[in-house]
Write a protein that binds this ligand. Sequence first.
Ligand code: ATR
Length: 269
Amino acid sequence: TDRYAVMGNPVDHSKSPEIHHMFARQTGEAIQYDRILVPLDGFEAAVRDFFADGGRGLNITVPFKEQAWALADRRAPRAERAGAVNTLYMADGELVGDNTDGTGLVRDLRVSHGVALAGRRVLLLGAGGAVRGLLPVLQGEAPAEVVIANRTVARAEALVELFADGGRLSAVAFDALRGPFDVVINGTSAGLSGELPPLPADLLAEGAACYDMVYGDGPTVFERWAQAHGAAVALDGLGMLVEQAAESFLLWRGVRPETAPVIAALRGD
Ligand code: ATR
C-alpha cells in the first residue's frame, strides 16, 4: 500500500485523509493517507524522513506551504508564482512541488457550478497566501479584469506588482471599492472570527457569483452577505477543498476521482 499524508500544525481538523480514502475506494487505488503533526521548527526533517521511508506524496497545509515551496527541487508553473506548495512528490529522484489550490477553486466554479471567469470582472477580497496562490490560475482563465481589495492596501499593491504581467490587475482599499463585479472571491480570514470586510451594498453585477474560500457548518458570513445582496450563486470553500485534493490525487495516481459524491458525503447529504 502506497503511503500519503498531510503535514501541518495544527492538522487534527484536516479532512484530507477522509477525502483521499473516499477517492481511493472509488477508484480502486490502494493507498493509506495519514495526518502528520509537524513541529514548527521541524518541517524539512519531517519531509525528508517521510520520503526516505518510502512515502509517495504529501499535502502541505498551514503554516508550511511557503517552506514546502522553498524545499522543492522543482516546481510546477502554477506553484512557481503562487509562492506556496500544497503538494509534494518524488519524480526522477527530485522533490517536485505543485499547488492545486487555485485549480481546485476554478474547477469548483467552472466545472461544478458553470461559472466561467473568461471576460468577467473579478474581485478578490484579501491579499494573503490564499489570494496569492489563486492568482496564477485565475489569470490563466483570462478574466477581463481582476481587482484586489485588502485592509492593508500595501499587501494588495505588492501582489499587483508581482502579477502585473498576467492581465489587467489593480489594488484598492475597501473604502474606495466600486462595483459592479461578476465574480467576488473572499480570500480573507475575517470570516473565521465571524467578521466581514466592509463591502458596498451595490458591489455585485446582475447574476454575480460569490465564492468563500473557507467553509463551516452552515453558510459563512460572506455567503449570507452574498445571498442578501443579489448573488445568483453563493458558494463556500468545501468544493475547493475536495477539488484541490482531487488534483493532488491525479498527480500522484494518474486518475481523476469523481468529486461530486465526495462533496455530498462531506456535507452529510
Ligand atoms: P492566508 O494565507 O490564509 O491568506 P494571511 O496571509 O494571514 O492568511 O491573510 C489573511 C487575509 O485576511 C489578509 O488579506 C488580511 O488582511 P490584512 O492583510 O490587512 O491583514 C485579511 N483579514 C483578516 N482578518 C480580517 C478582517 N477582520 N477584516 C478584513 N480583512 C481581514
